[in-house]
Design a protein around this ligand. Structure first.
Ligand code: 9YW
Length: 441
């Protein structure tokens, strides 16, 4: 367990990392590997910054919203300055899309909708502080309510036109878990066609390429970008011809949870009643959609490959999506026990009892490869947040304490080797520092 001295050092160092990654009105996801603003990173970053400065946290979200498309979509990357990051704006070619925003270059796909969850944490911090912070945060929620609703509405309509209650993703990157084994089956049906040549840049920043997706995987990722460009980022046109169309349970659960919170905050602050009702309806639809995917045998939610109609049976942390959106108390208790039990955080070989991206007991588990097994501190934070919200304080606190123990070296790595505790990927990763601050607050 971290000592009070460890805790003081960690809070100081985490604040310093966020400050060093601050570029004025936004925070880079990491100092070298990811020199831009990423959508779901920005949500976590904002809630971490809020423990230090509510106005600066709100600025982070305000900047993110400048990238919002006419469709309501919040893109997964905002490019504020030139860099050697690849794929760059020339690869995304979003100028083919009528709905792109003016004044900022962006990618053309999404990431998980955690922003309103972050906003509700910020509002909570602001209210604890009271005074000017509280006023500022409440005004921000009211002013931006229509924009968050438009984002959620985009996911609920353009990405679920048949109202199945699952958000459809068009790229593994949209899940935030790029090379997760969740996507192995759908990617096996992605066949790269003719496209401009490319050089990967991510490998230059890591010592060992086996910690990153393979070249064959990378070619498929870029082919899907090409297909989005060819269909001018029109979701219906992509759906008709694109190779990868999958209903994502984690994105859907986050949409449900975020929509509940948006409705709650809107109701407290007197937002438009029709918008509040719409938000509640989105929450209901996607909660039902997520619960419908649960495999009674394993107790885990399953993504749905919309090209084949098959459920994707993989023991990834996304299976705990129902913890995030709630709606079934017996399942909640079952998932809590499963998560803390020997197939997951209680696995005997884990260095820290922190949520791994894939169960160490699964044949798909790879301890060093990106989203195929390593522990990502933000995932652990999300599960702790969800447990806390459903009244499971003891379980939530267990994840929190283990998560803090894992970060005690203060390197704030991108991901961790779960068996040895070794840091992998980037260091001084913004969202890792941010969740440490929230855990410590
Ligand atoms: C990339 C920034 C992003 C995260 C993703 C993670 C990774 C690589 O880094 O993506 O080049 O976009 O998979 O979830 O947002 O931290």
């Amino acid at each position: 367990q971290p000592t009070p001295h460890d805790i003081a050092l960690m809070a100081g160092r985490a604040g310093y990392v966020l400050k060093a990654n601050d570029r004025g009105r936004f925070t880079v996801a990491s100092p070298t590997l990811y020199p831009h603003m990423w959508s779901w990173d920005a949500g976590f970053v904002a809630l971490g910054i809020a423990t230090v400065s509510v106005p600066r946290a709100l600025d982070e979200l305000r900047t993110l919203l400048t990238g919002q498309w006419g469709t309501g979509m919040i893109p997964h990357i905002l490019f504020h300055s030139p860099s050697d990051y690849f794929p760059d704006p020339d690869r995304w070619r979003t100028q083919v899309a009528a709905a792109r925003p003016a004044g900022v270059l962006t990618s053309g796909i999404t990431q998980p909708p955690i922003h309103v969850i972050a906003l509700s944490r910020i509002l909570h911090d602001a209210r604890r502080r009271g005074g000017g912070d509280q006023e500022l945060a409440e005004r921000f929620v009211l002013d931006t309510f229509p924009q968050w609703l438009a984002w959620h509405r985009y996911l609920a309509t353009a990405r679920d036109p048949h109202e199945h209650g699952l958000v459809e993703i068009h790229h593994g990157w949209e899940s935030g878990m790029d090379d997760s084994p969740r996507w192995d089956a759908p990617y096996s049906r992605v066949h790269p066609g003719a496209m401009p040549p490319f050089t990967r840049r991510d490998l230059a920043h890591v010592s060992d390429p086996s910690q990153r997706p393979s070249d064959a995987e990378y070619a498929r990722y870029l082919w899907l970008v090409e297909q989005k460009v060819l269909t001018r980022y029109d979701d219906a046109a992509y759906r008709a011809t694109g190779d990868f169309v999958v209903g994502d349970v984690l994105v859907s659960a986050l949409l449900a949870a975020a929509s509940d919170l948006l409705a709650d905050m809107g109701a407290e602050l007197g937002a438009d009643p029709a918008g509040i009702e719409e938000s509640r309806a989105i929450a209901r639809r996607f909660r039902t959609g997520v619960l419908r995917t649960v495999d009674p045998a394993t107790g885990l939610a399953r993504d749905l490959d919309l090209r084949t109609g098959e459920h994707l049976d993989v023991e990834s942390a996304a299976g705990f999506a129902p913890l995030l959106c709630g709606g079934d108390d017996a399942l909640l208790r079952r998932q809590r026990d499963l998560l803390l039990g020997p197939r997951w955080c209680g696995h005997s070989r884990l260095r820290w009892p922190v949520v791994p991206s894939v169960s160490p007991a699964s044949p798909a588990f790879r301890e060093r490869t990106y989203w195929r097994g390593p522990q990502w501190p933000v995932l652990n934070w999300l599960m702790a947040w969800a447990l806390n919200r459903s009244g499971e304080q003891e379980a939530a606190n267990a994840l929190r304490l283990a998560g803090l123990a894992q970060l005690v070296d203060c390197d704030f790595a991108e991901y961790y080797e779960p068996l040895t505790g070794e840091q992998l990927g980037s260091r001084d990763q913004s969202w890792t520092a941010a969740i440490a601050l929230d855990f410590l607050a």
